[in-house]
Design a protein. Sequence first.
Length: 419
Amino acid sequence: MNAMDTAQLDMRARTILTDNDRGGYTVPTAGLYPYQWNWDSAFAALGFASFDRDRAWRELETLMAGQWDDGMVPHIQFHVPDPGYFPGPDIWQGRGPVPSSGITQPPVAATVVRRLFDRDPVAGRDRAAALYPKLLAWHRWFMDWRCDRGRVFVTHPWEAGRDNAPDWDSAMAAIDPAGVMDYHRRDTDHVDASMRPTRADYDRYVWLLQYGRDTGWDPARIAAKGPFRVADPGQQFILLRAMRDLAALGTALGEETAGVAGWITALEAGAAALWNPDLAAFDACDLTTGVRAGALTNASFLCWYAGIDRSEMRAHLARICDALPFCLPSLDPADPRYEPKRYWRGPVWAVMNLMAGNGMAEMGLTAAAETLRTRTADLIAEHGFAEYFDPETGAPAGGAHFTWTAAVWLAWASPSAKG
Ligand code: DGY
């Protein structure tokens, strides 16, 4: 890639962020995802930070302004109604200050707040200090309602952000979606059905939504008796990382962080419990049945992002990156469930690469991290700012003009990125 290409791609990425800006928050892409999504927004802030720091802070402030009284930060905030998306605010009936869904999403925000603060500790101090108690309350909510002996679990596949990953197969198969409402999927009006979750998946997504809504989104009931409680390596590693960043931020701001340190210890123990010796990797665990997913996914490769190294994970990384032109696939291609175009059952997702790559670099896997970064850059340069990509051909899939792929380009993959 020459300097001219880089400058053009940087400009295109910035244009995507500004096109998807709805004034204080960013949509992932028009049409398919017309609202503010939680972790998408955190990555958007990282992208904005490369050219507009004020706008980066605003993205996070808008996200945290949707926080519920109990500390939960919802996975979707429905600022402006859009009939092109299902399920919308009338179906979810969230109970926060902004119309919202009733579940959360991977807590990337504290990590991004720390990054913005570290780059600009003087100008960013007041904004970081205002966000700190909100982030703390959200992390406490995770520890209270989404944590089983240190293992972080999700109560809906959408909460993990990896909707149709094989991690949920056994828990999903156990659900009989009898009584699911009549509904019309809108996602397949926008993109090819072969790249999206199946109808059987959707029936269960909607059925689980109805279950949570009928409890009034009662976190205690959902945590204790809910029909879907799966410990997720993605959520585990992202929360553990975010907790470490929150502790560092709190210390820099002069806050007392002993409580956060205790949570880190608990999450480290939980991460160790997600090691599956039969797979020689971290994987998901259905907490109701104890059944392991037996799936090596790109979430497993977030271990380094959480500060955890295992030689077996390095070996898997080398094997998979040798086998495919584009990494990291969302599922090991040796797994019979692997489908290179279907959402979280094979495709490459740039945000997962950014987190995994940052973690690898921090843990001393310098060459592997650099290979991942340059291959992600080539993927985006050759195939565009797609939602996700086929790991075998690089073909773009899902939505186009995608916020988080543009953000990953600006913050990490581009040769001009400052990290
Ligand atoms: C969707 O609508 O596909 C989302 O992933 C739900 O968050």
